[in-house]
Design a protein around this ligand. Structure first.
Ligand code: ATP
Ligand code: MG
Length: 263
């Protein structure tokens, strides 16, 4: 395995906290001294918007400096890296054009491996300890690209009545990916947007901790309006309010992720 560990955040359930977790765990890792590259794999550009305002993000989307252009032209991704302004933390922004990525991939040779090939040089450079990829809420050839390019998968699951719906499809998809990328491992499930006062929080924990051979991260991310306020100003929650509960929780989760990914 390369020294650079690649971790994707995926769940076909929309709004499960993929982008928020990816952005904040990435930032926490950078604070812990790890060199991190974030990759925004979603047309919604939420990971990009976590670090840049709407205007700047749309500028990336319109320019050729984004993941969509890199994939379409099958380029090495090192040419597309942008510095976030925070130490140890870079990003490859997405584009709204990502909406047509499935269609674009359709005619490409070995289409499941385009992202993996594009990342080869970045990995070999040894510039990063971690590459974190934010996936869109779909299960198609593009998410297969994201998983084939990853060593580990983290599944953020919202502690809500509908949070678990569709998780079986996610596991089935993972098994399909394993057929062509056997080294991909589920690093764990992260419970997000939890409210301990609600009954379904308990149910979610019970169900997820009972899954065979799948780790449930101990760190649980609770609902905290500070997260939304931080996103409103395009900052990670730790940079927005260092001592908030959410900042602490993402830091704990990042430490847990590092502990297991570095084994
Ligand atoms: N810990 C939290 N506390 C409060 N709100 C949160 C928290 N985490 C995420 N949210 C909010 O929940 C919504 C969904 O989060 P996010 O965009 O990270 O999910 P996602 O899985 O990436 O969604 P999509 O499937 O659309 O890509 C966002 O509006 C975000 O601000
Ligand atoms: Mg998202």
């Amino acid at each position: 395995m390369s020294l650079t560990k690649t971790i994707c955040f995926a769940n076909n359930k929309g709004g499960s906290g993929k982008s928020t977790t990816c952005a904040n765990v990435g930032y926490a890792m950078s604070i812990l001294g790890k060199k991190v590259l974030l990759i925004d794999g979603d047309m919604q550009m939420n990971l990009t918007l976590s670090f840049f305002d709407d205007e700047k993000s749309l500028e990336f989307a319109k320019s050729a400096k984004n993941l969509y252009s890199a994939i379409i032209d099958q380029k090495d991704l090192d040419e597309y890296v942008i510095h976030t302004g925070y130490d140890n933390l870079d990003i490859i922004p997405s584009s709204t054009l990502m909406s047509s990525i499935e269609f674009q991939l359709f005619t490409k040779w070995q289409r499941e491996y385009i992202l993996k090939r594009g990342l080869q040089k970045v990995k070999e450079s040894g510039n990063y300890d971690y590459i974190l990829i934010d996936a869109p809420p779909t299960l198609g050839c593009w998410v297969m690209n994201i998983m084939c390019a990853s060593d580990y998968l983290i599944i953020p699951v919202e502690a809500s009545p509908w949070g678990l719906f569709g998780l079986a499809n996610m596991f089935e998809f993972y098994e399909q990916v394993k057929l062509i990328s056997p080294s991909l491992e589920i690093l764990g499930i992260a419970i997000t947007k939890a409210s301990e006062r609600k009954n379904y929080f308990k149910q979610t924990v019970e169900t997820l901790s009972g899954l065979d051979n799948i780790r449930l991260f101990k760190s649980i991310i609770r609902i905290d309006s500070t997260v939304e306020w931080s996103q409103d100003v395009s900052k990670p929650v730790m940079a927005y309010r260092k001592n908030s509960r959410a900042a602490l929780e993402y830091m704990e989760l990042a430490q847990e992720v590092i502990k297991y990914a570095d084994r």
